[in-house]
Design a protein around this ligand. Structure first.
Ligand SMILES: Cc1cc2nc3c(=O)[nH]c(=O)nc-3n(C[C@H](O)[C@H](O)[C@H](O)COP(=O)(O)O)c2cc1C
Length: 285
């Protein structure tokens, strides 16, 4: 698979070679690569690279769906402090791409859009949270200790630029719960053992066990904003004012939804292959 980038405009990046953007990779990359970093378009720190995640993710989703009927959906639950109402899986699946914000709660979505445009108008940006649910993933995915399912999902999700936090199930809220509240008690439905709640987010001991795999991913407000900020000129070593121009997202979350779905699909498919659950050749041949 190949994508030609035919719409390149590197001019706004000329100054960033000498004056790094606060909050972006320019300065650490300048240190790391001894000045040989390429800030044009963000170089290899750009979210352009995540198109490849989505390319691979499309195949991973098909594999998982074909072999296990796994469904993976991600959607925006919070932007700039505006929270959506909880929606069930089917509603989220149906409505998540029905608006530009990619939030299945339409009322919250329109407030979020308004906020993004308002902050963009002020030369600022906003962050938020995406929730991802993988249903019907096979049982037993994960290779403890260092390739536990949550290790690998977390590692891959953190590879998406601007991700600053990942939690599974009750996540950070578990810090405030008692064991009796956080434990998911078991029961039998049909012939299947299920848990009555899903505070584990579908992963215990680094292994999937049949409950939906639920993660929430925090994205920071993108750093390239046309507001006056202070940086340092790397040649003169003096403070300089910087206004970042160019084509930048005032909020990355709507674009990040398919990236999150793809990353989760890639990790689950990879683990299913490692567990020998996906045959090397599928279908008639
Ligand atoms: C879909 C997507 C689009 C992004 N667009 C921008 C952008 O337009 N401008 C920007 O400064 N950062 C953008 N970012 C974030 C930067 O790539 C990221 O902040 C930067 O590489 C530094 O890495 P870090 O934030 O993970 O530390 C985007 C991220 C994603 C996932």
């Amino acid at each position: 698979m190949l994508i030609w980038n035919k719409d390149v405009d590197s001019k706004p990046y000329d100054r960033l070679k000498k004056v790094p953007r606060p909050g972006h990779s320019d300065l650490p990359a300048w240190f790391k690569y001894g000045g040989f970093n390429d800030p044009r378009g963000g170089g290899h720190f750009s979210a352009r690279l995540t198109t490849t995640f989505v390319m691979g993710g499309a195949i991973a989703k098909k594999l998982l769906s074909y072999v296990f009927r796994t469904e993976i959906i991600a959607y925006v639950t919070e932007i700039g402090g505006i929270k959506s109402n909880d929606v069930d899986f089917e509603t989220a699946k149906k409505l998540r791409y029905s608006n530009e914000v990619r939030c299945p709660d339409r009322v919250a979505a329109s407030k979020m859009k308004e906020l993004i445009l308002e902050e963009k108008g002020k030369g600022d940006s906003v962050g938020g949270i995406i929730q991802c649910i993988a249903k019907n993933a096979p049982v037993g995915l994960g290779e403890p200790i260092f390739s536990a399912l949550d290790c690998d999902l977390g590692g891959a999700l953190f590879a998406i630029p601007a991700v600053k936090g990942v939690e599974f199930g009750s996540g950070f809220h578990a810090a405030r719960l008692r064991g009796s509240e956080n434990n998911d008690q078991y029961t039998v439905v049909g012939k299947k053992i299920v848990s009555k709640t899903n505070n584990s987010g579908g992963i215990l001991g680094g292994l999937s066990f049949g409950m939906p795999i639920v993660s929430r991913i925090v994205f920071k407000p993108p750093s390239s904003i046309p507001k006056t900020q202070t940086s340092v000129n790397l040649e003169t070593m003096k403070e300089e004012e910087l206004i970042v121009t160019g084509r930048h997202d005032p909020c990355v979350l709507p674009r990040a939804v398919p990236i999150v779905e793809s990353v989760v699909a890639l990790v689950l498919a990879d683990h299913a292959i490692r567990a020998g659950l996906i045959p090397p050749v599928i279908g008639k041949h």
